[in-house]
Design a binder for this molecule. Structure first.
Ligand SMILES: [Zn+2]
Length: 323
């Protein structure tokens, strides 16, 4: 895989590795630095994710961030924490993996811009204002809800940005933290488009035209992101690829093809949500399976330049504009 580059915009591996007492260098999860490092260059956004619906979310966020810092330090021979596009390029030139850190769900930061500035100093460069809960900043695309019998299900999408949410997004973009709209309600998405001073990222969201899941993007949302110079990462979670919840690699190709048909050649990238799900497409085991996707895209006759843009260059260019 020495000739295949890979830049993935979202994985939940750090949280899962900590929960399962595993490391980042080699593990039994969807991705690790050894398997990912087979791509050249390889860059990965590692999400800090703690469910805001559980107690002490800020404490658990701190534990995951500290774990990630320790793992990156321990593996400094092969990976470098990056805070800018230039640092990502420097890591690639030094034949190291580039790691970026996101915080998925701002309730982990108490929805506080002061706390965001603190974690910025520790390397965080991407933030999702919400996860699957409405919070003080905005409504969520999916809202987990318990019915009277105690069973969990998906409630109606949340509302737009609050005044605090607008302030938070302005502060994030002012700091040089990319705002990730995956998980935001559609109302909050359009509010964010109105106030955005820098392009927005949807790190792990697919096409709603192909799969009507509330976490996916309408064509209008995709085009708005494309027009502002944003990026959209293709998610490998089967539920977001096929309404049946069972997907094959062809479904991934269809979502990519649909976004390309909306003039998304410089917008589409990858954001597999590895370790955020147990339902990858048939035949996908983890990060090593991106190589097969690369070959499938070449077989679709997209041309190697476009496939390399999707796999790496589009996300790198996005961070040049957004950080
Ligand atoms: Zn997510």
């Amino acid at each position: 895989m020495q000739n295949i580059p890979l830049f993935d915009a979202h994985c939940d591996t750090a949280s899962k590795a900590l929960a399962k007492s595993q490391g980042l260098r080699r593990n039994a999860l969807h991705t690790d630095l050894t398997r990912g490092g087979a791509y050249a260059p390889y860059a990965q956004v590692f999400a800090v994710f703690a469910d805001g619906g559980l107690p002490d979310v800020t404490g658990r966020c701190e534990a995951i961030l500290s774990f990630l810092e320790a793992e990156l330090a321990k593996n400094a021979d092969i990976v470098a924490l990056c805070g800018s596009a230039e640092e990502i390029q420097n890591a690639a030139a030094a034949k190291k993996i580039a790691a970026l850190i996101s915080v998925e769900g701002a309730e982990q930061l108490g929805c506080s811009t002061a706390r965001l500035a603190e974690v910025y100093r520790r390397g965080v460069r991407i933030v999702n204002p919400c996860w699957n809960h409405n919070n003080a900043l905005c409504g969520a695309a999916i809202v987990w809800r318990q019915d009277s019998a105690g069973a969990w299900g998906i409630g109606s999408p949340g509302g737009g940005l609050t005044a605090q949410g607008r302030e938070f997004i302005r502060a994030a973009q002012g700091l040089g933290v990319a705002v990730d709209v995956s998980h935001m309600s559609e109302a909050a998405f359009w509010d964010a488009c109105e106030i955005a001073q820098k392009p927005l990222l949807a790190s792990h969201s697919n096409s709603k035209a192909l799969c009507g899941h509330p976490r996916n993007l309408t064509d209008a949302q995709f085009c708005a992101i494309a027009e502002m110079g944003g990026a959209v990462g293709i998610n490998l979670v089967a539920d977001f690829l096929e309404e049946s919840g069972a997907a094959d690699p062809g479904a991934v190709l269809r979502h990519i093809g649909h976004f390309l048909s909306l003039s998304g050649e410089k917008t589409v990238c990858l954001g597999g949500d590895l370790d955020g799900t147990n339902q990858l497409p048939r035949g996908f085991g983890g990060v090593e399976s991106y190589a097969a996707l690369y070959e499938l895209l070449l077989e679709e006759d997209y041309g190697e330049g476009l496939v390399r843009d999707i796999f790496y260059n589009n996300l790198l260019s996005y961070f040049e504009r957004a950080l």
